[in-house]
Design a binder for this molecule. Structure first.
Ligand code: SF4
Length: 66
């Protein structure tokens, strides 16, 4: 199932920015990395996807406040 959300896709990270499957890593050098946790269990997903991600079958919207 492909999911797309034009509002989320307009953010710098695209869908990853609001996905429940992302782990956001803030490095000492102030860079921010978006690690896709699905990559650990599904080879179709890249550990660090090229951003912005605008279309992703694994996207699950993160609930507000989580
Ligand atoms: S499942 Fe897709 S949208 Fe979610 S973190 Fe992974 S690559 Fe990003």
């Amino acid at each position: 199932m492909d999911r797309r959300d034009s509002e989320d896709a307009s953010s710098p990270a695209g869908l990853c920015g609001s996905c429940r499957n992302v782990r956001i890593i803030r490095a000492d050098n102030r860079n921010i990395y978006y690690l896709c946790r699905l990559s650990a269990v599904d080879h179709r997903y890249t550990k660090y996807p090229a951003l912005p991600v605008t279309d992703c079958a694994g996207f699950v919207r993160r609930e507000p406040g989580r």
